[in-house]
Design a protein around this ligand. Structure first.
Ligand SMILES: Nc1ncnc2c1ncn2[C@@H]1O[C@H](COP(=O)(O)OP(=O)(O)OP(=O)(O)O)[C@@H](O)[C@H]1O
Length: 314
């Protein structure tokens, strides 16, 4: 039995006087027990819709979804005891309650005995570094602290499947690093984790496998090392005031895919490891002083990697 088995899943949202919006169409996904699985996709790809269906807060319009063999539509109650879900942002916390009270409230919803709830709340507050603020109202918390409390809340029910929807949006780098070790701990405890993100570096860092999704469809499932490879292959160098005679030579640097200039800004895109370094060297030699290198956007990677394989890309 797998932790998640999704077959032919579809979800449409009805709209007034317009055709329904398709959020998922014929979506298939299998996540084995104990895996940290990433769902990587741009805005509107259908990630949140899938998370909502798996956590039983939204019904599919076609297809099936099972969590540890339990159907999300016909066996809702069982699924709810197996899944803990954390949606990004600040929704779902009670600002006028303290952090501890929020967790005890959720524990009561799971019908846990009070002593169990208290012990779990203590452990989770400790684990997420919130013990010092446990008895303060949540409305006084910073965004990052609220996010950590969200995570704690998702773990109150001791879920076998943890669904994290864009958990690190807005976290500072230190908090994001702590978060990554938390995900590893969850896996070490034998939990299965499904995590959505549009950050390729995050997907590479924490996942065992990563599914690329767009337009409500699964495009491919990859090893995170492949994603890491794309990050170093498809880099971009942005430079200011590049002399015209240098522009032509940049196009002939091995591994450069394209050079475009608008006003004073030139963008060089690469498609081979090390090419960005060679471009930077060429620019420095030409006396250019203002430049930066950056990761490719997800759209870039989709276009060049998935597009090449003939899949549908918007
Ligand atoms: N309640 C709704 N009514 C109508 N359309 C919706 C509704 N919720 C989502 N959609 C649409 O369904 C599609 C998929 O949305 P979804 O939120 O699942 O994407 P996502 O991958 O989570 O995006 P993001 O990264 O922006 O959160 C989008 O086109 C979105 O506009």
């Amino acid at each position: 039995m797998d932790a998640v088995e999704v077959a032919g899943l579809g979800r449409e949202y009805a709209r007034r006087r317009q055709p329904p919006r398709v959020a998922l169409a014929g979506f298939d996904l299998t996540v084995p027990v104990g895996e940290v699985h990433g769902l990587l996709g741009p805005n509107g790809a259908g990630k949140t819709t899938l998370c909502k269906i798996l956590s039983t807060v939204l019904l599919p319009t076609s297809g099936t979804a099972r969590v540890f063999g339990r159907d999300v539509v016909t066996d809702t109650k069982a699924v709810r005891t197996l899944v803990g879900v954390v949606f990004g942002g600040e929704r779902g916390l009670y600002g006028r309650l303290t952090a501890r009270q929020n967790l005890l409230y959720w524990s009561a919803l799971y019908r846990q005995p009070r002593a169990v709830g208290r012990a779990r709340a203590d452990r989770l507050l400790e684990r997420l570094g919130l013990t010092g603020r446990a008895d303060e109202r949540v409305e006084t918390f910073s965004r990052g602290m609220k996010q950590r409390l969200h995570l704690a809340r998702g773990l109150v029910g001791d879920p076998r499947l943890v669904i994290l929807d864009e958990p690190t949006v807005g976290m500072d780098p230190v908090a994001a690093k702590d978060f990554r070790s938390l995900v590893r701990e969850l896996r070490d405890e034998g939990r299965t984790v499904l995590i959505t993100t549009h950050d390729m570096a995050e997907a590479e860092a924490v996942c065992d496998r990563v599914s690329l999704i767009d337009g409500g469809k699964l495009l491919a499932t990859e090893d995170p090392r492949t994603i890491g490879g794309w990050l170093t292959k498809y880099e971009r160098v942005v430079a200011e005031d590049v002399p015209r005679e240098v522009l032509a030579s940049l196009s002939s640097v091995p591994g450069v895919r394209g050079v475009s200039t608008e006003d004073r800004t030139t963008v060089v895109e690469t498609e081979a490891r090390g090419a960005a370094g060679a471009v930077v060297q060429a620019l420095v030699r030409a006396g250019v002083t203002t430049m930066s290198t950056g990761r490719p956007s997800l759209a870039d990677v989709y276009l060049h990697v998935i597009g090449d394989r003939g899949s549908v890309v918007r």
